[in-house]
Every structure is written in C-alpha cells, then in structure tokens.
Design a protein around this ligand. Structure first.
Ligand code: THU
Length: 131
C-alpha cells in the first residue's frame, strides 16, 4: 500500500503546474476505504493564489466520499525532505489523527523522512475542539 501511494505521489508530481518556483510536488492520501487520492501543486501568475499538492489531494479525497486520511506521502524535489507547509498540516489535521504517518519521498521515490502528524503539528486544534 505504501508503494502504491509513492507511485501515485510521483505520478501526480509529474503533472504539477509550477512555472514560477519550478518546485514540483505531488501528494497522495489513503482514505478509510483504502482508496488513494493524489494532487499536485498548481501555481498562479498571481503568486499567492497557488495551491499546494496536499490541498489538491484533500479535495479529491473529499469529492470521492472519503472522510478520513489514514496515511500521507509527499513527493518533492532536491535532497531535503519536502515537508508539508504549515497551512497544509492544518488541512490534513481536519481528516487525520495524531498518529497518522506522513512520509516524505524524493523524486526517485526514496523515503527521506517519516513523521507523525503530531510531530509535524503538536498540540493541534481540530474538529474535536469545537465540541
Ligand atoms: N508546495 C507544496 O505543494 N507542498 C508542500 O508540501 C510544500 C510546498 C508547493 C507550493 C509551491 O507551489 C511550491 O511548492 C514552492 O513552495
């Protein structure tokens, strides 16, 4: 299952629209039914309007009827792990628990870093906080 997710993230990464940063990112999410959903970053000439790969993958998951994120893979470029930005950590938090694993892989699919969501976003605020 982890390999299927890595393949999905790498394939999505190839579709990224990132002419400004030239930093291609793909993300894959596994939902509670075992289905894998992918997304890529989509940049915009009005720079702040760009969308991260994780956000696209979350939209695909929700659109298909998924409501839980069981695992995350993020595929970036270069040698450093492409960790989700702060905003995406919170977006993932909406559908994932503290122990959900986030795997960061390189463009060759090699795992560079594995973190739980709680490690990436400690003491997080989530739906439960709203009572
Ligand atoms: N980016 C993502 O899509 N996901 C991440 O986890 C980090 C950064 C994108 C945003 C922007 O299009 C490009 O990478 C450079 O920041």
């Amino acid at each position: 299952m982890a390999d299927e997710m890595i393949e999905a993230a790498l394939a999505a990464r190839q579709k990224a629209h990132a002419p400004y940063s030239r930093f291609l990112v793909g993300a894959a999410l596994r939902d509670e039914r075992g289905l894998v959903h992918a997304g890529c970053n989509v940049e915009n000439a009005a720079y702040p309007q760009g969308v991260c790969a994780e956000a696209g993958a979350i939209s695909a998951l929700v659109l298909s009827g998924g409501r839980r994120i069981e695992a995350v893979v993020v595929a970036g470029g270069g040698t450093a792990a492409c960790t989700p930005c702060g905003g995406c950590r919170q977006k993932i938090r909406e559908f994932a628990g503290p122990e959900t694993e986030v795997r960061m892989v390189g463009e060759d699919g090699r795992v560079l870093l594995v973190r739980t969501l709680a490690e990436l976003l400690p003491d997080s605020f989530g739906p439960e906080n709203l009572g």
